[in-house]
Design a protein around this ligand. Sequence first.
Ligand SMILES: *[C@@H]1O[C@H](CO)[C@@H](O)[C@H](O)[C@H]1NC(C)=O
Ligand SMILES: *[C@@H]1O[C@H](CO)[C@@H](O)[C@H](O)[C@H]1NC(C)=O
Ligand SMILES: *[C@@H]1O[C@H](CO)[C@@H](O)[C@H](O)[C@H]1NC(C)=O
Length: 513
Amino acid sequence: MLDFWILVIVLSLQLAEVVGSNSAQSFFSLNAPRYKANSDARWNSNSDGVFYNAGLFTPLKDFSSLSETEFTTFGHPAFPRHNIRIKKTPSGFCDDTANGYTGYIDIEARHLFFYFFESRSNPDKDDVIFWTNGGPGCSSSLGLFMELGPCRIRDANGTQYHPESWNQNANVFFVDQPVGVGFSYAEYGEIVSTTEEAAKDIAAFVSIFFENFPKFKGRAFHMAGESYGGRYIPVFASEVYDQNAYLVEVGLTPINLTSVMIGNGLTDFLETFISYFDLQCTPASVYPIQDIKTCIRMKEAIPRCRKWAKSSCLDVFDSMNCEAAMSFCSTELIEPFFKTGKNPYDISIDCEGDISDTLCYPVTKFISEYLSRPQVRTMLGVDPSVPGNFSSCSSSVSRAFSLTHDEYHPTNNYIAALLERDVRVLIYVGKNDWICNWVGNERWTLALDWSGGEAFRAEQLRDWKVDGKVAGRTRSAGQLTFVTVDGAGHMVPYDKPKESLQLVNRWLAREDL
Ligand SMILES: *[C@@H]1O[C@H](CO)[C@@H](O)[C@H](O)[C@H]1NC(C)=O
Ligand SMILES: *[C@@H]1O[C@H](CO)[C@@H](O)[C@H](O)[C@H]1NC(C)=O
Ligand SMILES: *[C@@H]1O[C@H](CO)[C@@H](O)[C@H](O)[C@H]1NC(C)=O
């Protein structure tokens, strides 16, 4: 979410002068354990699936036996290098109408923290949603305590019940990823610096969870994210999809990947950059906010930005040239915006506070204060090695990603590949967001190269409604749906909780919007 995606851009421009991107890339590659190699060994050593069937392993039938005060640790013979530590959250935490759990998936020396809330309706039947915030480097506690979780932050002392939570009809995960984000950590301080690398840990996470908790096995599974999630989720879902072949090979149940949901995503960075003109200089969302002179200069810069980025980031990836191209695009299309003092996550309002302090939403500070409290950490089971003061967004993680130019690798083709395999895709966009806005998202969905593309392009946008009132516009064909949400910024569930829950419930139920 609070995707400090913009800070990343600024940061990457600064860092580019200090450290060459190639040296940064190889630095991280040499020092981070190569998960891929391990995973191959893991699969091969169990290729007959014998362990799973040999009665050596008893998965947990029911969570109710879990302790509220201490972690229970589970392993699985098919994943010899992995564990799951999980505990129940005590009553009084967040949502007393549904069971909640926290824990870590341990992937050798890497430890991913998660919250898991069962559905308020029918946990034994309802779908499972995986949620991640963006950044890169931002904690999913932002999504939990500010947007779609079962409770929202009230003040630094606590939370209050949130009636329009997405666990109304689904079991929902909130995962702090990659390592180094939120309560997740790595024992030797390794940092993940690309989405593809992060995807390995996520795929392991998902398979270990479902193997250990067979109650959820085979359940329809949706992978959702916001903002930089537009880069993460297509890659994560593809990794989970491809991993299924291995799961079947070793006699395990494949993950029932049913859909991906992306809110205000950064899927196609170039269309996003170019759409900054439309948001500032046309009434796409609000009345033009820039003077004519500024808009003319922006418009004249677009052909050069597009041509340069296409030749140096897309046609081939030339890291130094791509960086120079995006520096040019950024100077021409982004800098004028920041002179206006508007909130980049909602162009209809001004930023509240200093963006580097509040992310324009002072409520984020309550979340950090709450999650820094020792009693809260003990209750959640946060590992003592996690630093004391909670950061909503990790600057070291975002820096590592920007050094590899992770954001300049669009993920449209992953979306197309998932669609071709009948994975449904929901692209929803708060209409007033500037940073990952609806215009850029509409353009790349229309341009997407897939077998349903022609039918999708032939559809006109039409209104969709909640309680008889227009909530936004939508277009849908085959497995792909694009939808805008009126009156919402970057964080749709924060601004429009009722509409966002309706949207998700209709999506899970496969109803027309
Ligand atoms: C939080 O709790 C502390 C200690 O009980 C109290 O002093 C403070 O006023 C509370 N803050 C709010 C915003 O209620
Ligand atoms: C996957 O989930 C869908 C939707 O709930 C269900 O219809 C289907 O049977 C599931 N597939 C498997 C293999 O369990
Ligand atoms: C944590 O935050 C408090 C209050 O802002 C500050 O005094 C303290 O030095 C910080 N601790 C660390 C380890 O950064």
